[in-house]
Design a protein around this ligand. Structure first.
Ligand code: XIL
Length: 368
């Protein structure tokens, strides 16, 4: 039997505690009028995968590749509904010196999203990497650091107000043992920098959805529980935090499907929108020891890994499904190649920009 597919808006808790959600309304009014099975046309081979998914399927985009590579651009236009900027929203690009914001590249990507009707996911406001050197060496006292944090967040969020659906407000703030990472922000603003960052972002754009984003949340319960309880605490103090991004840089060996299921259940139970925000399925155990040659067997294993992740994601209530974003359009563009120094094949499209078994297997979930 086919699963039901309907694109719904994620739930947003408004100030007075009411829930704004199309699907909740549907459930109350008349369920069968609001959900429909896939029309066969959605499952035809020529119809892109994202049309068959009941949530926004996304990719990160590298602006340079979008400009110069026609195959890359065609896939970005046709195959993905949500766009996360891979580089051009990061502080080193957007805020190259203290009194200079440069939105040139970011605005070009925003225009691409508007022209092509894509949802734009802002990534990222506060991170310890890809910082300009002037921030890394900023000599100010705690008050000046706080002013810097506020100025950066509010200038960037205001610039894109109404154009970004959501923001990764804070990225990778936790260590694997669940303690807070010792970053420039932590050292100079203090541990309250996370709370401040969310408050500044909400002030600048009250409509934007605000996410905390991190890696290993799917396989490290200690880190995940620490993140969830930290965010719950902030929420109890009135801080607006809408969702959690699980990066999901996974491989064909780990995590186990049961680990993914457990992670998603915990985030769901805590009532956060769930974004699988940087999905790639590496063919290597980490760290890779030596270059492998790609085989049908490995690609099939990759396909079942991805399909199992998507299946678990589909079990979330529609209202919490913010979306699934792959960290790259096609294999030649994966960040993992330069990160680990071996060629990897972790994305939906291959070196010739053709759909891989992973793509077909994900489509089968809802179409068979
Ligand atoms: C990566 C980009 O893909 C690379 O091109 C860049 O050199 C480094 O950053 N977690 C994140 C992303 O939140 O922003 C990172 O993106 C990958 C890890």
């Amino acid at each position: 039997m086919r699963n039901k597919a309907v694109k719904t808006e994620p739930t947003v808790r408004s100030g007075n505690g009411t829930i704004r959600s199309f699907s909740v309304l549907c459930a109350v009014v008349f369920t069968t009028a609001c959900v429909k099975n896939h029309a066969p046309s959605v499952c035809e081979d020529a119809v892109p995968l994202h049309k068959a998914m009941p949530f926004p399927l996304g990719t990160c985009i590298d602006l340079r590749s979008l400009r110069i590579n026609q195959q890359y651009r065609a896939l970005a236009e046709d195959e993905f509904e949500s766009i996360t900027p891979e580089l051009v929203f990061k502080a080193d690009r957007i805020h190259p010196s203290q009194f200079l914001y440069d939105f040139t590249g970011a605005d070009e990507l925003v225009a691409f999203c508007a022209e092509n009707n894509k949802r734009l996911h802002g990534h990222t406001l506060v991170w310890h990497e890809q910082l300009p050197s002037w921030i890394q060496t900023f000599p100010g006292n705690a008050g000046e650091w706080e002013a810097l944090l506020r100025d950066h967040i509010q200038t960037v969020v205001s610039h894109f107000k109404g154009k970004t659906k959501a923001w990764d407000v804070v990225n990778e703030a936790f260590n694997d043992d669940g303690t807070l990472r010792n970053t420039v922000w932590f050292r100079n603003v203090g541990p309250a920098y996370i709370e401040k960052a969310f408050r500044y972002a909400a002030e600048a754009d009250p409509e934007a959805l605000l996410f905390y984003n991190d890696y290993s949340l799917e396989l490290n319960p200690k880190k995940r529980k620490a993140v969830i309880s930290f965010l719950n605490n902030l929420r109890m103090r009135g801080v607006k935090i809408d969702g959690i991004g699980l990066q999901m840089h996974v491989n064909i060996y780990f995590p186990e499907p049961s680990q993914v299921a457990e992670a998603l259940k915990e985030v769901q139970a805590a009532g956060y929108l769930v974004h699988l925000s940087e999905l790639d399925v590496s063919l290597y155990l980490k760290p890779p020891l030596s270059q492998i040659s790609v085989s049908q067997h490995l690609l099939n294993r990759q396909a079942s890994t991805a399909a199992s992740i998507i299946r678990h994601y589909l079990e979330l209530p529609d209202t919490l499904k913010y979306g699934v974003t792959f960290w790259g359009v096609a294999d030649p563009h994966t960040w993992l190649n330069s990160r680990y120094g071996v060629k990897d094949y972790p994305l939906l499209f291959d070196d010739h920009y053709q759909a891989k078994p992973m793509y077909m297997e994900c489509k089968k979930i809802l179409c068979e």
